[in-house]
Design a protein around this ligand. Structure first.
Ligand code: 1PR
Length: 544
């Protein structure tokens, strides 16, 4: 097997990249010290998370000169995500830490007045080369997975005059650098290892040194437009059934037992289902371990195995939730910090972790202490170590009806779905332990707190809507979207493609998630995307 060298400098969670490289038939060797750089023929600089943190580690370890020397020597070099950012002169994310300065320019933060930040999802990489040539397999027909808050603004001709070929993408009104290539160097802001077949094509072209190839145009995708696509997520609630096997299940308002017989509803095997949704074109797959509050996740080896197997064949982002919190391990008699629990999941192939109950407790403490950050919560420690993009907060709210907004201290919405006594207002109470315990904290108090703590995304469930197939709770979604800048994923209630269209047309939500309708085989992800496409909503098509 040919070998590619990856630079090991505490660059965050890079398991997915290793999986993708191995899938392409290459083996990975790690460079663990600066003097080993010289032995690399093909070198990849990965990196996720914070520019300042990554570049400081990189410089401290003594990699700056050896890596610059590798680039100058003409040997193949690829930078991914923070790996492209490192090539520029610096970033507004931490202006006191310099980049390598191989490319002129600096990263700026995306403006968040008109859109969510971070920029998460599938966007273009359109190369500036006209004609029929594809640079490292990048195609204007394809979409690639991005997750970042900072980017190099694209100014036509500026990088090109230094010989760079630039692939651009557009987020809102901002056009930015999605990838650059020159001679032996390719660098992408997007994650090829998480971009399905389109991304693997780019990675393969780099590994095989095929800079320029004829562009194969797909006549069916003549309408691929610039910009971020509507993100569709398939969610698998996973738990052990009464026989002890891990199964995909699905509740009605969080009750996962069959009405007759009381057995745990079994809708299939987690790894098979995840693979199936990947092949249908799901933009992400989320696993929620829904009984984690009972079992310590450290004992949760079957879930780790599910992740490992899924990550080896599913090249879109994987999120895992359930039990991400400080945990007492009875075997070693010590408290294992949430960061360590999350690390176990990241090492098994997760790209993001989703935090539920622990986020509620942390938000309660934050408000009770006059909004003081401790730096010690699961959200803060994981976000600090792996970046905000790796931390999703999963919210399980429940409606509490009130007759007037001033009859509660909580943030209310005026609702068209009246309460049992005809109430016209409600607030959304946060719950913990899979909806079993309701807290005196409203969803707006929660999401605003976790945004400050460093969460990168909100997974917004709704217990009243879960499993009802009656559509998303648009009132809840609108109120949460108005309260935070980070992306929000709508969840709970999807029963058909029309519900996905509705949530994208009537709210400015960033992504939408479905579970039951996919598990029961009523709709495929592909069919949902086709319906969205017919309504003019841009989606990523699945590529073989
Ligand atoms: O609290 O950090 O241990 O995390 C536990 C996680 O497990 C939370 O994210 C919580 O949402 C989830 N969870 C716990 N119990 C249940 C349950 O169903 N009994 N599932 C549960 C939550 C909600 C969605 C569902 C959508 C879409 N499931 O993920 O998939 O509502 O469903 P639909 O499209 O069929 O309507 P912690």
């Amino acid at each position: 097997m040919p070998t590619v060298h990856l630079l090991d400098y505490a660059a965050g969670n890079v398991r997915s990249l290793v999986n993708a490289i191995e899938k392409l038939g290459w083996q990975v060797e790690w460079i663990k010290s600066p003097d080993e750089v010289a032995k690399a023929e093909t070198l990849i600089l990965p990196g996720v998370g914070h520019f300042g943190h990554c570049l400081t580690q990189f410089a401290k370890a003594g990699y700056v000169e050896p890596v610059k020397q590798h680039i100058r020597s003409g040997k193949p070099f690829m930078g991914i995500c923070v790996g492209i950012q490192a090539l520029f002169e610096g970033s507004a994310e931490n202006s006191s830490v310099p980049g390598l300065g191989v490319i002129k320019g600096r990263l700026e933060r995306f403006r968040d007045d008109e859109k969510s930040v971070p920029h998460i999802g599938w966007n273009s990489a359109n190369t500036s080369l006209r004609g029929e040539e594809s640079v490292y397999g990048m195609s204007p027909d394809s979409k690639y997975y991005y997750v970042h808050s900072y980017a190099v603004p694209y100014r036509e001709g500026e990088l090109e005059k230094d010989g760079w070929t630039v692939a651009t993408a557009k987020y809102g009104s901002e056009q930015f650098v999605g990838a650059v290539a020159r001679d032996n160097v390719l660098a992408t802001q997007f994650h090829p290892e998480k971009s399905g077949a389109a991304g693997l094509r780019v990675l393969r072209a780099f590994l095989e040194g095929k800079q320029s190839q004829p562009l194969t145009k797909d006549p069916s995708s003549a309408s691929t437009k610039e910009g971020l696509t509507r993100r569709i997520i398939a969610c698998l609630d996973v738990r052990a059934n009464d026989q002890g096997d891990l199964v995909v299940t699905k509740g009605d308002q969080y009750d996962v037992r069959e009405k007759s017989g009381n057995a745990v509803r079994n809708l299939g095997k987690p790894v098979e289902k995840a693979q199936q949704y990947y092949e249908q074109g799901a933009d992400e797959v989320t696993f929620l371990n829904i009984t984690s509050f009972r079992d310590t996740p450290l004992k949760d080896m079957p879930m780790l195995e599910v992740l490992r197997q899924t990550a080896a064949t599913t090249f879109v982002p994987l999120t895992i939730g359930g039990g991400i919190r400080d945990t007492f391990d009875p075997e070693t008699q010590r408290t294992v910090p949430a960061l360590e629990v999350a690390t176990l999941y990241f090492k098994s192939g997760a790209d993001k972790v989703s935090i539920g109950s622990d986020a509620v407790t942390a938000a309660e403490q934050y408000h009770a202490s006059s909004r003081t950050l401790t730096g010690k919560t699961a959200i803060e420690t994981i976000s600090e170590a792996y970046g905000a993009q790796a931390v999703v907060v999963s919210v399980d709210p429940k409606r509490v009806y009130v007759s007037t907004p001033d009859s509660t201290i909580h943030n209310t919405v005026e609702t068209s779905m009246l309460g049992p006594k005809g109430e016209k207002h409600c607030w959304y109470a946060c719950t913990i332990k899979g909806g079993r315990e309701t807290r005196d904290l409203d969803v707006i108090q929660l999401v605003t707190a976790v945004e400050v703590m460093g969460a990168g995304e909100i997974l917004l469930n709704c217990i009243d809507k879960d499993g009802t197939n009656s559509g998303f709770d648009l009132e809840l979604i609108r109120s949460v979207k108005a309260a935070v800048k980070i992306p929000v994923i709508a969840s709970s209630g999807a029963g058909n493609a029309g519900h996905f269209a509705e949530v994208f047309e009537k709210t400015n939500v960033d992504a939408a998630l479905g579970a039951g309708m996919f598990h029961r085989g009523e709709w495929t992800v592909k069919q949902v995307k086709e319906e969205l496409g017919k309504k003019g909503l841009m989606v990523r098509r699945f590529e073989e």
